[in-house]
Design a protein around this ligand. Structure first.
Ligand code: TMP
Length: 213
């Protein structure tokens, strides 16, 4: 049986993660792999309910409560779906994971990195991704793309300087120095998310082939 693999898609708003995740799902399935495409927050009935609360513009959520709600969704997903799928030798593709918490609740909201790291460890019981694909695009371009999707959710409604802090944090995560301090995140590869969808996917496919052969 093939070893299970966990591949995470990360990045700021509007970088095209979900589209590329669907493409990778189709491509891996055509190669005979069993693929579970999941997203955070959400992916389970409990997680979907938490997602609704977190993204509802009418919700009033303090930064630490926000972080813990993301973590609760993560804990449920990891325990009930991700670990069993990996144990069965399947591929799990995850739309967002730890890095989003470092970026949004750490850099964006200002929570101390150590607290985010410790909460993540509780939520995942030490699960490390095999590969994280960090999709990168200029912030303004990503926000413009996200705006086209319709009404903005509670996270998207944050001020521009919040989104700039998030994007700057994601750029830091790509550096060797940051990764050396964060072995819990596993290997992170930056993908240029500019240009045609097919071209971005070609970059992703090359990285996945190289890493997971
Ligand atoms: P999205 O998956 O549709 O992009 O929406 C999820 C939103 O939640 C997005 O704005 C990023 C944010 N988020 C966090 O702030 N912290 C997290 O840990 C995760 C997983 C997502």
């Amino acid at each position: 049986m093939a070893r299970g693999r966990l591949i995470v898609f990360e990045g700021a708003e509007g970088v095209g993660k979900s589209t590329q995740l669907r493409r990778l799902t189709t491509w891996l399935e055509s190669g005979g792999r069993v693929v579970h495409a999941l997203r955070e927050p959400g992916g389970t009935p409990l997680g979907d309910e938490i997602r609704r609360l977190l993204l509802d513009p009418a919700s009033d959520v303090a930064p630490r409560a926000e972080a813990l709600l993301f973590m609760a969704s993560r804990a449920q997903l990891v325990e009930t779906l991700v670990r069993p799928a990996l144990a069965a030798g399947h591929v799990v593709l995850l739309d967002r994971f730890f890095l989003s918490t470092y970026a949004y609740q750490g850099a964006g909201r200002g929570l101390p990195e150590r607290e985010v790291m410790e909460a993540n460890a509780v939520a995942t019981s030490g699960l490390v991704p095999d590969l994280t694909l960090l999709l990168a695009l200029p912030v303004a371009e990503g926000l413009a793309r996200a705006a086209k999707r319709g009404e903005r959710d509670r996270m998207e409604r944050n001020a521009d300087d919040f989104h700039h802090r998030v994007a700057a944090a994601f750029a830091t995560f790509a550096t060797a120095a940051w990764q050396a301090r964060h072995p819990e995140c596993g290997p992170i590869e930056t993908v240029d998310a500019a240009g045609a969808e097919a071209d971005v996917f070609a970059r992703i496919r090359a990285l996945v082939e190289a890493r997971l052969a």
